[in-house]
Design a protein around this ligand. Sequence first.
Ligand code: C2E
Ligand code: MG
Ligand code: MG
Ligand code: MG
Length: 286
Amino acid sequence: EAKRQGRGRACAFDARLDEDVRLRRRIETGLSQAIARDELSMVYQPIVTGARHEIVGFEALLRWQTEDHGPISPAVFVPIAEETNLIHELGDWVLERSLAALATWPGQYVSVNFSPRQFRRPHFVDDIAQKVAAAGIAPERVQIEITETAIFDDADRAAETLDRLRALGFRIALDDFGTGYSSLYNIRTFALDVLKIDRSFIDGMPRERESMAIVRSIIHLAQSLGLGVIAEGVETRAQVDLLRVAGASHLQGYHFSRPVTPEAALDLAHRRWLSPVRPVATGTQG
Ligand code: C2E
Ligand code: MG
Ligand code: MG
Ligand code: MG
């Protein structure tokens, strides 16, 4: 009896594994056709200053709308693309779209996510420099977001890549900061401009003392090292207030705006401020 039960369980487990593998294959096949089928799009989420909530940049985020399964999250499909060469095709598409959007904005920068495999590709620096130059865009207006995974494997090579990007004028942001491996080692060793404090820490504010303490420490550390910070996933007024007191230089999250279409982003870029938050009037009333 016990044996039969055991076998039954093993079969159920196998079936689930099978289903996972099938799902991955379907995603892979679907992704390889997504560009041609016009199923991909970009959305842009404002990044605002901590003090006055001025929109100074936008993070570019990829979206995939499938015919059969509706929208699929990049948190699901990017890792699958990352395991194949598909990530390069997607990445090129993302960069091209992001630069085109940026070209229409009055002064903001675009912050583009690059996966570890893109970052480690030979000619990564030359490729991006060439594309940015061809679009007539100053590298200072492009922020490159990488995670700690991207620099972890081959530290020497990563350091060299980052130095070259920096020398060309690109900004470098370390994404999901605090969740990766040996974070302190990374900020000591690599040429960075900005730490993006992972959403999981902001999410714990103000409930958890530990999250509060970690966020304050990261901000303090960034200030001491002359780095900027972007607090990710700011959803509440209480978090905004606490982050202001803690001295966070930049904020990003649903409290200010969800990621929006290119048209809406252009509109926000021209307005520069997110209502109802407005800058303190400094000139005559208009
Ligand atoms: P990420 O780079 O850390 O992006 C931030 C994620 O947090 C985005 O999810 C964004 O929509 C979400 N977010 C922003 N504010 C809030 C908030 O207040 N509350 C909550 N709950 N979420 C918030 P998204 O767009 O689903 O992207 C997930 C991840 O997929 C990204 O994490 C990034 O790692 C990856 N990804 C997205 N687009 C690209 C891309 O073009 N290239 C690469 N390589 N990866 C991408
Ligand atoms: Mg990011
Ligand atoms: Mg992030
Ligand atoms: Mg993340």
